[in-house]
Ligand binder design. Sequence first.
Ligand code: BGC
Length: 739
Amino acid sequence: MKRKLAAMMLATACLTPVPITAHAQQVWKNPDATPSERVESLLKATTLDEKFAMLTSEWGATYKSHKKPIGAVGSAGYSAGNKRLGIPALQSTDAGLGVTNTVNMRPGDGATGLPSGQVISGTFDPAFGYQGGRMIATEAAHRGLNEILGGGINLVRDPRGGRNFEYEGEDPILAGDVAAALVNGAQDQHVLSTIKHYALNSIETARREMSSVIDEQPMHESDLLAVKIAIDKSDPASVMCGYNRVNGVHDCLDPYLLTTVLRQEWGYKGYVMSDWGAVYDGDAAWKAGLDQQSGLPLDKEAWFGDYMKKKVVAGEIPVSSVDEKLRHILYPMFRNGLFEAHARPTETAKDIAQHTEVAQKIEEAGAVLLKNDHDILPLKQGLRKILVIGGHADKGVMTGGGSSAVTPRGGSPVRGDVPNDVQHWPRPIGYLTGAPLDALKAEMPHTQVTFLPGDDLDAVKKAAKKADRVIVFASKWATEVIDDADLSMPHHENAMIEAATTAGKPVIVVLQTGNPVLMPWADKVDAVLEAWFPGSGGGKAIARLLTGKVNPSGRLTTTWPVSVSQLPRPEVKGMGLDFSPFINHAPADYDTQIDLNIEGANVGYRWFSLKGEKPLYPFGYGLSYTSFTHTGLKIDPSEDGLVAHTKVSNTGRRAGADVVQIYVNLPDGSPERLAGYLRVQLAPGESKDVTIPLSSYALARFDTASKHWVRKAGAYRFRVATNSFDNAGPSLTSELAQK
Ligand code: BGC
């Protein structure tokens, strides 16, 4: 009782502003003080009301009866600042692939879109992620936004996942490295960045109910490992807890995820924000370790406002728990310089050109050449006539849908199938400007390049007869809230490709898809370039890849199955249904639980290896217009752990980049793991001795008793490979001590 009274008195005292002058030093205003010193001094000057104002963010635009908050730029999240204390407002925007303008909340504002996460990770070079993160943050800052809800890092556990295009593939070490680079690129620009969706939110089916059932060890060795690596390498300002459940508990209400793992095991210092509308019980979320309730009014109640404040005043909740949450929010704000003024010149045409080039270069380095029979690519300059078909290739390139969809400057070049409003979200299907057709014409000035939309199959058949080469742009949209029902291409796209092949002319297919797809026509076409969703500048990148201006070097970061029967869960009921919150669905039969223990930590290529299944295209696969060899392998200790040495040679006649991959098999017999990778640029005939750092996580297992990663003593087999299935390269077995 006494404790309660004391708490009430303390809380009441906290409600009265202490004059700022009383805080003689105002340490929080001193950029030379440490972030922690600044946090502590600011906390002392902040009233309870002021503290609570920072524990929520609201939707930053008008939505139904919710009015756009005063001071909000117009974006996904707005958390008011504090003039009295000089605390900046947090203006957060989606996100991972560029600054979005969902349902046109900033009328007419367009931005630069990066290619899909598969492309960014497909470069196998985090430096591209860094460039991308920096580009997004710069564009955010130009608009007065200081936080990006990027860093999508759910592992691709199912190639039907609707949001896979936002993520960095199926390997946790690569995904963690790439996401960390994106975050660093953003935060170096004094723009906060997020890692999401924590955790194990791998599919969109029943996304608010879906429970991922998985044991502690495999959880830590897969999805959590990706998050841990990203946190260790970039200290992201925030981690976003997802809509889904893990082992039956909703992410944002889960003390195990939010406190035991994040704080106690990993020592994370930033803050946990909820996904928009992902708080289902405020009390449980508060206790579990959620710091900021996001996107009000999308939750049933604004629990982290007056509701909790009353409890603090009544002494039911200690003020210290409020301070703890505030520490998590304020620390990254200080650490990333949000309290200091930064010059933010307005966006110029030069900036836009540079940003488009960043996106273009990523696409050029990450798009994957899947097939190239008889070296039909690159297109030769002497060709007379090229017929381009489909995919709106005369207008632009496709983007994925949902909260990450970027609107290009000037709006989508393809008129949407439905209006761009809340009711139809995540539609319409979006496109970015930069038509591949125009770019191809520019690259091949002496060739007649013509276009057909592809809707009239007879016209396609007829025109194909007169062409030297036929290039079909085939697309399959992917989006948040809807998983692929299966991996098949839309019927019309298949029919269009089949029609193009009837003339017997060489056919090249350019895929724009969010996921692997089935290609029943694969044997009838000569080449397939997987452009994924190619981003702003993607049209130009595709043209440069097809013509050989740029040599393809991207690799798959998702295994392509022959069929869904090879997946750990061939059938998940409800896949393909639309789980948009803005549509009233007929009651449907769908699963609300998936057993991830089936594959556990053996995600993607490791699952195929475990089962001895041959994929259509393995993880790490991708063709080039030149050829590479790897000779020799040596494993050595270094200051930062083990490194691999090998020699890589370009044995062909074109310059190109190789992605050298080192896989390791542990003595315990578990399936191999990518231990290291390096992208190497080589001139024709050039050789380079390369040193590749190996991740200590690839060599160790998570020990659930000690909560540490332990490398067991024994024989470790290392191999240099061109993809996860390749066993022909140099290999060696090394005896390693326990660590
Ligand atoms: C998505 C998040 C996104 C948020 C805010 C949600 O629908 O799951 O990834 O950041 O909306 O737009």
